[in-house]
Design a protein around this ligand. Sequence first.
Ligand SMILES: Nc1nc2c(c(=O)[nH]1)N[C@H]1C(S)=C(S)[C@@H](COP(=O)(O)O)O[C@H]1N2
Ligand SMILES: [Mo]
Length: 367
Amino acid sequence: MTTTDTAAAGALPGVVKPTSAEVMEDTGTGLDFGTRADRMPGHLTPNDRFFVRSHSPTPRIDAEEWSLRIDGDAVGSPVTFGYDDLWRAFPLVSVTRTIECAGNRRVLFGQQHGQRIAGTPWGRGAVSTAEWTGVRLRDLLEAAGVTADAHDVMPVALDECGARRPMPLDKAMADDTLLALAMNGEPLPPDHGFPARVVVSGWLGAASIKWVGRIEVSRRPIHVPWNTEDYVLIGPDHPAHGPVLGTPINELPVTSLVELDWPAHLKPEPQLVRGRSFAGEQRIASVAYSIDRGPWHEARLTGSREAGAWTRWHFDWHPAPGDHTISIRATDDTGRTQPSHVPWNRLGYLNNQILEHPVRVAAEASA
Ligand SMILES: Nc1nc2c(c(=O)[nH]1)N[C@H]1C(S)=C(S)[C@@H](COP(=O)(O)O)O[C@H]1N2
Ligand SMILES: [Mo]
């Protein structure tokens, strides 16, 4: 049972937490707010700055009345868990994982291709990192007697849009696929999926379903709009297969951001330029930078270099006054790197083109 107050939802803001322009990037949809790249403290994104991407308003759910049902034709014994059961009956696991929306940098994609693209107009803010604590999805599936012939596992949400997206059994059984109950040491905030959300490491954000109320386990592949028409690469390089309009997105490619405003305003003095790169399920191996499209140099990687979470880096720069471009190209330990061009896809997903960050350098900050 869920107490989602739909009657009052129209009167309540779609997002519960404050989304001040000082720390968040407002996409204008009323539901989607990015983390400002130039306001990123530390390795973990604080809960109040973590980006929000919701297709319908944040449901207000009472944990006491909430439950999670696991069923479908590939479980031997369907089960229902309450909130306290989840905290007590299973080993708790914590992992640091980055969540990135497949549509991050869509506005830049539109500029690169000379078109305006439908969908949330994301700048660079649809990526954040938290330490997630919860139970392994595997433990829950085993408790429900998942059968050997299970094919797809699909979390189903309690929000108005009934968000759902399947993943194959092996991803659901992975060590670091969680049903998260806490984020950076606190119970999940309402906007991030309270009381429970899935965290699917290294995959597009849309796989990490928030406000989960049911998990369906199926013997057959499951087709729903989020893997047939949305979160699918659609275009000349991506032929349709049956009900699927193109290539469904799962693992994320290598991407980067610079921790500066856009365009950046800098003074002509020696300074550190900082940024972060993320390689989905893989580990960042190196990050190269170039100034004004000159030779590539290696940035210095700092801190954690875990697969599934972003890696921080920096380099020294003493810029001369004028307009400049900082280019960033990260590479992961499987050799995947950021391309100089990302082919067209209709919904503007997975824009991981070599980042070209515009910079204005002047003695006066207001230049
Ligand atoms: N129930 C539900 N889960 C959802 C969504 C949603 O709209 N409803 N949005 C998805 C998308 S597209 C992304 S990118 C991530 C964003 O997670 P966040 O809001 O915690 O940053 O949640 C995913 N999970
Ligand atoms: Mo997303």
